[in-house]
Design a binder for this molecule. Structure first.
Ligand SMILES: [Zn+2]
Length: 141
Protein backbone atom coordinates (compact mmCIF):
# COMPACT_ATOMS: atom_id res chain seq x y z
CA UNK A 1 0.00 0.00 0.00
CA UNK A 2 2.68 2.42 1.08
CA UNK A 3 5.07 1.39 -1.70
CA UNK A 4 2.27 1.58 -4.30
CA UNK A 5 1.53 5.16 -3.29
CA UNK A 6 5.24 5.92 -3.39
CA UNK A 7 5.51 4.41 -6.88
CA UNK A 8 2.55 6.50 -8.10
CA UNK A 9 4.04 9.70 -6.70
CA UNK A 10 7.37 8.83 -8.32
CA UNK A 11 5.80 8.26 -11.73
CA UNK A 12 3.49 11.30 -11.50
CA UNK A 13 6.20 13.70 -10.37
CA UNK A 14 8.63 12.44 -13.02
CA UNK A 15 5.96 12.74 -15.74
CA UNK A 16 5.09 16.28 -14.59
CA UNK A 17 8.77 17.23 -14.62
CA UNK A 18 9.15 15.91 -18.18
CA UNK A 19 5.98 17.80 -19.26
CA UNK A 20 7.26 21.07 -17.78
CA UNK A 21 10.72 20.67 -19.31
CA UNK A 22 9.08 19.89 -22.67
CA UNK A 23 6.85 22.97 -22.39
CA UNK A 24 9.82 25.21 -21.57
CA UNK A 25 11.84 23.75 -24.45
CA UNK A 26 8.91 24.14 -26.88
CA UNK A 27 8.45 27.70 -25.66
CA UNK A 28 11.81 28.68 -27.16
CA UNK A 29 10.59 28.51 -30.79
CA UNK A 30 6.82 28.70 -30.26
CA UNK A 31 4.15 30.38 -28.21
CA UNK A 32 0.53 29.36 -27.82
CA UNK A 33 -2.69 30.66 -26.33
CA UNK A 34 -6.41 31.17 -26.72
CA UNK A 35 -9.28 33.08 -25.20
CA UNK A 36 -11.39 31.46 -22.51
CA UNK A 37 -14.70 33.25 -22.86
CA UNK A 38 -15.27 36.93 -23.66
CA UNK A 39 -12.95 38.44 -21.03
CA UNK A 40 -10.30 35.86 -20.12
CA UNK A 41 -7.34 34.68 -22.16
CA UNK A 42 -4.12 32.77 -21.65
CA UNK A 43 -0.86 32.64 -23.52
CA UNK A 44 2.21 30.50 -22.93
CA UNK A 45 5.12 32.59 -24.15
CA UNK A 46 8.79 32.78 -23.27
CA UNK A 47 8.37 30.05 -20.61
CA UNK A 48 5.74 32.12 -18.82
CA UNK A 49 2.03 31.48 -18.49
CA UNK A 50 0.17 34.77 -18.97
CA UNK A 51 -3.41 34.90 -17.80
CA UNK A 52 -5.20 38.12 -18.72
CA UNK A 53 -8.68 39.34 -17.91
CA UNK A 54 -9.80 42.40 -19.83
CA UNK A 55 -13.27 43.91 -20.11
CA UNK A 56 -13.41 42.85 -23.75
CA UNK A 57 -11.14 40.77 -25.92
CA UNK A 58 -11.25 39.54 -29.49
CA UNK A 59 -12.15 35.85 -29.40
CA UNK A 60 -9.24 33.64 -30.46
CA UNK A 61 -9.24 29.89 -30.87
CA UNK A 62 -6.20 27.96 -29.74
CA UNK A 63 -3.19 29.16 -31.69
CA UNK A 64 0.49 28.28 -31.96
CA UNK A 65 2.88 30.76 -33.52
CA UNK A 66 6.60 31.25 -34.06
CA UNK A 67 8.30 33.00 -31.18
CA UNK A 68 11.03 35.58 -31.60
CA UNK A 69 11.19 36.68 -27.97
CA UNK A 70 13.68 35.26 -25.47
CA UNK A 71 12.61 33.24 -22.45
CA UNK A 72 11.50 35.34 -19.48
CA UNK A 73 12.03 34.37 -15.88
CA UNK A 74 10.37 37.04 -13.79
CA UNK A 75 6.98 36.85 -12.15
CA UNK A 76 4.61 39.73 -12.91
CA UNK A 77 1.07 40.57 -11.94
CA UNK A 78 -1.15 43.61 -11.88
CA UNK A 79 -4.60 44.17 -10.56
CA UNK A 80 -6.62 47.11 -11.86
CA UNK A 81 -10.10 45.81 -11.04
CA UNK A 82 -11.94 42.47 -10.88
CA UNK A 83 -12.51 42.64 -14.64
CA UNK A 84 -9.05 43.94 -15.55
CA UNK A 85 -5.95 42.15 -14.29
CA UNK A 86 -3.11 39.95 -15.45
CA UNK A 87 -0.70 37.46 -13.95
CA UNK A 88 2.47 36.07 -15.54
CA UNK A 89 3.79 32.90 -13.93
CA UNK A 90 7.25 31.79 -15.05
CA UNK A 91 7.38 28.03 -15.59
CA UNK A 92 10.49 27.66 -13.44
CA UNK A 93 8.26 28.15 -10.38
CA UNK A 94 6.19 24.95 -10.85
CA UNK A 95 9.38 23.34 -12.20
CA UNK A 96 11.20 23.93 -8.90
CA UNK A 97 8.19 22.60 -6.94
CA UNK A 98 7.91 19.48 -9.12
CA UNK A 99 11.69 18.90 -9.11
CA UNK A 100 11.60 19.02 -5.29
CA UNK A 101 8.83 16.38 -5.32
CA UNK A 102 10.88 14.25 -7.74
CA UNK A 103 13.96 14.44 -5.50
CA UNK A 104 11.96 13.52 -2.39
CA UNK A 105 10.00 10.70 -4.03
CA UNK A 106 13.09 9.14 -5.70
CA UNK A 107 15.33 9.51 -2.66
CA UNK A 108 15.99 6.01 -1.31
CA UNK A 109 13.91 5.26 1.78
CA UNK A 110 15.98 4.63 4.91
CA UNK A 111 16.21 0.93 5.74
CA UNK A 112 13.99 0.36 8.72
CA UNK A 113 15.55 -1.52 11.57
CA UNK A 114 13.55 -4.67 12.21
CA UNK A 115 14.23 -6.04 15.73
CA UNK A 116 13.32 -9.53 14.46
CA UNK A 117 16.10 -9.46 11.84
CA UNK A 118 19.86 -9.33 12.19
CA UNK A 119 21.03 -5.75 11.65
CA UNK A 120 24.14 -6.96 9.78
CA UNK A 121 22.95 -9.78 7.51
CA UNK A 122 19.13 -9.40 7.74
CA UNK A 123 18.74 -13.03 8.85
CA UNK A 124 15.40 -13.69 10.56
CA UNK A 125 15.81 -13.89 14.34
CA UNK A 126 12.23 -15.04 14.97
CA UNK A 127 11.96 -17.89 17.49
CA UNK A 128 15.42 -17.16 18.91
CA UNK A 129 15.87 -16.33 22.58
CA UNK A 130 16.52 -12.60 22.93
CA UNK A 131 20.24 -11.96 23.35
CA UNK A 132 21.31 -14.95 21.25
CA UNK A 133 23.97 -14.13 18.63
CA UNK A 134 22.87 -14.33 14.99
CA UNK A 135 23.19 -17.97 13.84
CA UNK A 136 24.04 -16.79 10.31
CA UNK A 137 26.85 -14.28 10.87
CA UNK A 138 27.47 -14.48 14.60
CA UNK A 139 26.70 -10.81 15.32
CA UNK A 140 25.75 -10.26 18.94
CA UNK A 141 22.64 -8.14 19.52
ZN1 LIG B 1 23.51 -11.90 11.07
Amino acid sequence: MRSARRRISRILSAALLICLLTLITLNLPFYAGSTLGPTLSWRLEGARLNIVRRPSQNPEHFYVAINSEPLRWNFAAHYYSTSDWFIRIPLWMPLVAVATCVIFSWWPAPRRLDPLRCSRCNYSLVDLTPGTPCPECGKKP
